[in-house]
Design a protein around this ligand. Sequence first.
Ligand code: NDP
Length: 349
Amino acid sequence: MARVNIPSFTLNDGTKIPALGYGTWLGMDAKEDAGPSKPFSFEFSAEGMPQMMEALSYAIDIGYRHIDTAHLYRVEPEVGKIIDKKIKDGVVKREDLFVTTKVWHHFHREADVEVSVRGSLRRLNLDYVDLVLMHWPMSISQDGVDEKIDYLETWRGFESVLSKGLAKSIGVSNFNVEQMKRLLANCKVPPSTNQVEINLNLGQKELVDYCQANNVVVVAYSPFGTMVPSRSAPNSPEPKLNNPTMIAIGKKYGKSVTQVTLRYLYQRGIVSIPKTVTPSRVVENASIFDFELDKGDMETIAKFDNGFRTVRPFFWQDYQNYPFEKIPDKMEIPESLRIWKNGLNLDID
Ligand code: NDP
């Protein structure tokens, strides 16, 4: 069986985080004809669940130790089942794994953070998570009401779950530079990580520099951006998988374009959490620690940065603390991102 050897970065609380993790977000599908007043709706993708469980199981077998999940993803019970099996089968011990989950923006009151984390622990069947993140800085109720809860209040709830041992580390996600500055200036425990979109089109140089200068490890979600066919959109920029410059760099090191991409992020000191349900890609994505891009190639790849966002949830853009620049488009929040009852796993509360 293939084996991968994934190095770690050290967080500001001394915890080690593996530099590459397994992402578990199965995404959403646009469904047409959702009803007379709804031309289409977004529903959680359930189809990939069995393959994801197999791919995650395989990932742990070959040496992945870092798993990225979230309450939102509605896969915590399945992720927990795989972890349980791998521990029972003697493949890993609990302390070998680094499990991240996230608190959704329905749970931003200080006391609700613990409710959310305890729910995640119950679904994951774990006593603690290694890292829990505030998924977004906004606070929005299931009815779509802007609750305008200051993320500094929410952060106090994170400090509390840390002190109770429910999580070994605490961090944030989707925080912009100003929000990071304000949080760092007003917290007792600084966030250990900021998980944000980073890929070749969205380098986030200012945010990464600020976080790294302040001892906050940056974790890249959607590390392939729109490079991969499943994420490609009509207006999405280069590089794609067949980009000649990227192919040439890959050839030089005997690596694929996706491997060059993940290696580039690693050399910037960034953790990546690519998602794949394809076993060969599970191996491919983690086989990036045996070569080094030279300075010239790092500079060439950096030139693809043009600020293009793959994840742009503009339906939240009028809510307080939305972290990204606003665009003219308008759309209602998809119901499946607001109302969770009777979700994919039925037990999601
Ligand atoms: P990714 O950049 O990981 O892209 C996933 C897509 O890339 C899938 O279609 C996958 O296909 C394909 N793919 C994976 N590896 C390869 C490869 N080697 N060659 C070709 N195609 C490949 O995007 P995600 O948005 O899923 O982000 C990764 C993770 O980040 C998520 O799973 C989640 O854990 C986290 N995340 C966090 C967010 C946040 O707000 N904090 C937001 C979004 C994601 P296939 O599966 O068919 O192999």
